[in-house]
Design a protein around this ligand. Structure first.
Ligand code: BGC
Length: 507
């Protein structure tokens, strides 16, 4: 088997700035993602838009079971509607990304972000809230479709993992900032502080639009659209060396193969791309079924349900939120050294242990009717502490890797289409969790964490058995990893044999 080619090239300032700028798209995603949970736990917001939930939550009309007091499908629609439009936009964005380039998609996404945040900040009725969230979702669909591909294409292959993860790092910073703002804004402006929480999302969105206008397009995308000279000039600039011939030749070859593919969606269904397709679907699905977003969206609601006060709930969300960026940073530092598999497996084990401890702690204290009397002190410490460890496990494994791995395993000809699938599956799974969490909590009670724990066991086994290591392999050489893999190798070999048999039969 050939060994992968090593292209010369340095980590130039141009690459770093470009990737930081592009990854800041993640900041807006994270902010919009993290802001809604805190806002929906604020009394003034509930009173204005969801009075029936407010009555139940403030014990004016007490619910018989504490696990059920936030169970309202309209309330969760405020959080979840964003993911429906992100799903639609993510699918449409693949054509824009292919025809107009990665940059154009980012600009369109940024404009939607600005519009959505402003509409939410000035909302006076539910329709403004929902339309605003839908616009934000369009922005997220565009950004999540284009940014990871863009960063993977700009980065020198040796640093691809770390640079790509800046996207995830900025998602986690966005979530953390949203948690912090919710905590501070919950008590100002006569209860209208939620307007600042929602509206301030427009600020990074504005910078993202300006920044995207200034970015160069990636060499792969320029070649794909016929601008060969410009692509080569850009490659020289981003690699900081004139010795780019080998890499440029491979980009040209990949682009030629891509031009021959007139129907990327149909091509993606070819049997030879089956391994990539399996990961494009399973990785984002499993990422959401770690259960992490239950914490991201609803930590304040979850904490209030399990006995914390309102400010304590928002504060606990801030503490937990701070663990994500730090752990993602750890991941950035080690991903190109230890590899993707090690992080996936360790993160899975860590999350599972925490889920078991959490289930036991809540079950012992609350039982099934959710009425604990007075809460023991150990309980708050154990719950918040264990959730922090759980969140760290996610933040250095499934969080960043679920974006990194799909963005690096597809050949150019199907990359935008496959990335759209990844974004689409991520969004629909996120929608599911966002929409049904409160009713799942109401019905499954503390068993909810065991439900997610079972998925963690399945996904960890899946990675162990099926994911080949992609660390340090140039994108253009990636097809080799499947051929070398004990299971996928056999699968692809049988495919080649069948094709040869067919050809020989015909002859
Ligand atoms: C996921 C989000 C999640 C975030 C938290 C992202 O990779 O797609 O759903 O909330 O990580 O860190």
């Amino acid at each position: 088997m050939e060994t992968p080619i090593k292209y010369p090239g340095n980590l130039t300032l141009r690459v770093v700035l470009t990737c930081i700028m592009a990854a800041s798209g993640g900041l807006i995603f994270g902010y919009d993602h993290g802001v809604s949970g805190g806002v929906t736990s604020m009394d003034s917001f509930l009173k204005q838009f969801f009075p029936s939930v407010y009555e139940k939550e403030s014990n004016m009309k007490p619910s018989s079971n504490k696990y059920c007091k936030f169970n309202s499908q309209i309330l969760t629609l405020f959080t979840s509607s964003l993911y429906l439009s992100a799903l639609v936009a993510g699918l449409g964005a693949s054509s824009i990304t292919r025809m107009l380039g990665r940059r154009a998609t980012m600009i369109i996404g940024g404009i939607c972000f600005v519009g959505g945040a402003l509409l939410n900040g000035f909302a006076v009725s539910i329709w403004m809230l929902i339309v605003g969230r839908l616009l934000l979702g369009f922005g997220i669909g565009c950004a999540n479709q284009s940014v990871p591909i863009y960063v993977s294409e700009m980065a020198p292959y040796k640093y691809r993992g770390a640079l790509n993860m800046c996207f995830q790092l900025s998602i986690t910073i966005g979530i953390f900032v949203a948690n912090l703002f919710n905590y501070y804004f919950s008590k100002i402006l006569n209860g209208q502080g939620w307007r600042l929480s929602l509206g301030l999302g427009a600020v990074p969105a504005f910078f993202f639009v300006i920044g995207s206008f200034c970015l160069p397009d990636s060499p792969s995308s320029l070649v794909e659209r016929g601008h060969h000279e410009e692509a080569k000039r850009e490659l020289v600039k981003i690699r900081g060396t004139t010795e780019v011939d080998a890499e440029f030749r491979d980009i040209l070859a990949a682009s030629e193969a891509s031009q021959n593919v007139k129907h990327p969606w149909r091509t993606l269904m070819d049997r030879k791309y089956r391994p990539q397709l399996v990961f494009a679907i399973c990785i984002p699905f499993f990422q959401q079924f770690t259960g992490l977003n239950v914490i991201t969206f609803y930590a304040p609601i979850l904490f209030r349900t399990i006995g914390f006060g309102s400010r304590a709930s928002l504060m606990s969300a801030v503490i937990i939120g701070s663990f994500k960026p730090v752990s993602t940073l750890v991941s950035i530092l080690v991903v190109d050294k230890f590899g993707r598999r090690t992080l996936f497996l360790e993160g899975g084990a860590q999350m599972l242990i925490c889920q078991i401890i959490m289930t036991v702690a809540i079950a012992v204290t609350f039982g099934t009717n959710g009425n604990p009397g007075t809460l023991p002190k150990w309980y708050a410490i154990v719950v918040v502490g264990v959730i922090c460890v759980y969140v760290s496990g996610f933040a250095w494994s499934w969080g960043p890797l679920a974006w990194l791995v799909p963005s690096e395993i597809f050949p150019l000809e199907i990359r935008p289409a496959a990335q759209s699938i990844t974004v689409g599956v991520n969004m629909i799974s996120t929608f599911f969790i966002a929409q049904f969490f409160t009713s799942m909590l109401c019905h499954m009670k503390f068993g909810l964490f065991i439900f997610f724990g079972c998925f963690v066991v399945i996904m960890t086994t899946f990675i162990y058995k099926l994911l080949p290591e992609t660390k340090g392999i140039p994108l253009e050489e990636m097809s080799m990893v499947w051929q070398k893999h004990p299971i996928w190798g056999k699968f692809l070999e049988s495919d080649i044999t069948t094709q040869n048999d067919k050809i020989n039969g015909k002859c």
